[in-house]
Every structure is written in C-alpha cells, then in structure tokens.
Write a protein that binds this ligand. Structure first.
Ligand SMILES: [Zn+2]
Length: 198
C-alpha cells in the first residue's frame, strides 16, 4: 500500500475494465512522473467526454447532439436496423462497409449471472422504433458468445411475432469472441452471408 493520493489513484485506475493491480500501479506512476501538460490534457479529455458526449435518443450510439451522425445521415437506408451490443460494435460494422442501414445499440447483452435481463437493455426503444419507422429487416449482430447468443435468440423470438424479417450474422466469426475483435474481412463476410432466423 502506498500513502494517500497515490494509493487512491491506483485504486481508481484498478476499477477500470481490463486494468489489473499491476497495470493500475504502472499507470499511476506514469501519471505521477509524467509531464504536467500531458496529464492535464488527459484529465480534460475525460471531463469533456462526460460533459459533452451523450447517447443518441434514437439508437443509443454515442453522440454529441441529441441524435448521432448515422441517424442524422439521410443517405442511410431507413429500412434496415443492425442491432449491436455496444457503440464499439457500430464502429466494427462500419469498418466493413457492408452495411448502409442504421443501428440500434442495446447497451449490453442478456446475462442472468450479472443481473442483466431484457429490461436492462434498450429493447423497448427498439420496439418503439419498429412501430414508427418503415423497417423491413432487423440484422442481429450481437457478439458470438454465450450472452450474445442468448440475446439474439430472445430478440429473434420476440421480433418474429411482429412479422419483420430477422437475420443473424453468418457463422465464421470466432466463437466466444467479441465483435470488435473480428477482422474486417471476416465480419464483412458474416454480414453478406447473414441468414434469416426461422
Ligand atoms: Zn443514432
């Protein structure tokens, strides 16, 4: 244990995802020994992102206005919605250039152990979009792991009753993985080979 402020910083950094105790300590000392101006820029960036960035009221993607750039873009196909878990997955799908529709960000996946059920996700918002818009196809692009599969199955079952075409990304994505880590070619192919959920 370090004294006071140093330990406090290590503890805070250690709460970040993917940062273990050793990394937290390394980061804390980087900050401690780092150039003051560099550290000020880092702090400003953190404060600014919390102040300025919001979530799109339509799709849940990160946005600097009420709606995100994709929802505001008139060139995007209004008939297709790609459902993803997180904003980072929007970036992953955008990189493939295989999709010209719009998105819906759920804010996670169904995970009973972590206490995340359908009510904790932005599923109600998705349903209300379906009643407003001229949606013809919902593409489910949740992660190819247990939670992602459970979420996809839940959505497919629910959407089937509404009578909208529901597709799921083709296999070929690494099982147990995270959408954001799939390379562009694999993810692009999975997109083009998407199949209707029966
Ligand atoms: Zn949006």
């Amino acid at each position: 244990m370090y004294e006071g402020a140093v330990q406090e910083l290590i503890d805070e950094l250690g709460r970040l995802p993917g940062v273990g105790p050793k990394s937290a300590q390394r980061l804390a000392f980087y900050i401690l020994e780092g150039d003051s101006e560099d550290i000020k820029r880092l702090v400003t960036a953190i404060v600014t992102v919390k102040e300025r960035v919001k979530f799109c009221t339509v799709c849940g993607n990160v946005a600097e206005q009420d709606t995100c750039g994709i929802c505001r873009d008139p060139r995007r196909d209004p008939t297709a919605i790609c459902v993803v878990e997180e904003s980072k997955d929007v970036i992953a799908v955008e990189r493939t250039r295989s999709f010209r529709g719009r998105y819906h960000v759920l804010g996670g996946a169904i995970n009973p152990i972590a206490g995340i059920g359908p009510d904790q996700l932005r599923i109600r918002e998705l349903l209300s979009r379906l009643s407003d818009d001229k949606i013809e196809e919902i593409i489910i692009a949740t992660d190819p792991n247990l939670e992602g599969e459970a979420t996809a199955t839940y959505l497919a079952r629910m959407l089937k009753t509404i009578g909208i075409k529901v597709t799921r990304l083709a296999s070929g994505l690494p099982v147990g993985g995270d959408l954001e880590y799939a390379d562009e070619v694999t993810l692009g192919r999975a997109f083009e080979g998407r199949r209707t959920v029966s």
